[in-house]
Design a protein around this ligand. Structure first.
Ligand code: AMP
Length: 193
């Protein structure tokens, strides 16, 4: 993976463990020459991730909608800032430049972005790995909800299995690097019809 999108909180959370894992991920990216693509903010988990990578001269690309750019939240010192007209164009732009997606703890924005990436995979529009860094069991309840969706017939187990989950940065990135997307012809046929 050369460039990875990381979706994460515009807040830091109350427990230091989340911030520490954002730093660990940034360290892993710079050590392995992986460029960070993210929401372009300087606040919360986003800011920690970007700042840690910049301290080590890592590549940091922000993709921000014009609406957010002029607020005090936009990072001004990153390698490149791409400004899009809308929130939805931002997602399209991010998907064009990355080889995979990771979610760290966050709120609505983070879930919106990672589930869009999963939906692209489910429809076979993309074949990129999607990972959850489950620091401190943060996503345990969300994962349990996905199991409910499988049990109740709204999510195929094979689609749920596309989501790569680990509480270790190294393991998550190794699993993502070795990810092979399932063949999706049947699903595509179903959608086209
Ligand atoms: P949330 O998880 O609700 O804090 O939202 C964080 C996610 O949404 C990030 O991955 C960003 O891409 C996007 N986002 C939310 N707020 C901002 C902001 N103020 N500046 C840039 N991106 C943001």
């Amino acid at each position: 993976m050369k460039k990875v999108a990381v979706f994460c909180g515009s807040s830091l959370g109350f427990n230091e463990v989340y911030k520490n894992d954002a730093i660990k991920l940034a360290n892993h990216f710079t050590k392995n020459n992986i460029g960070l693509v993210y929401g372009g903010g300087k606040i919360g988990m986003m800011g920690i991730l970007a700042d840690t990578m910049l301290e080590q001269e890592g590549e940091v690309i922000g993709v921000i909608p014009g609406l957010l750019r002029h607020e005090e939240v936009a990072h001004t010192k990153i390698t490149e800032m791409i400004v899009t007209k809308t929130m939805s164009k931002r997602k399209v732009k991010i998907s064009k430049i990355v080889d995979g997606y990771i979610a760290l703890p966050g709120g609505f924005g983070t879930l919106d972005e990672i589930f869009e990436a999963l939906t692209l995979g489910q429809l076979g529009i993309e074949q990129k790995p999607v990972g959850l860094l489950n620091t401190n069991g943060f996503f345990d309840n969300l994962i349990a909800q996905l199991d409910v969706m499988v049990t109740e017939g709204y999510l195929k187990q094979s689609n749920k299995d596309m989501l790569i989950i680990s509480n270790s940065v190294e393991t998550l990135c190794d699993l993502m690097s070795n990810y092979k997307a399932p063949i999706m012809t049947k699903v595509i046929n179903k959608v086209v019809r």
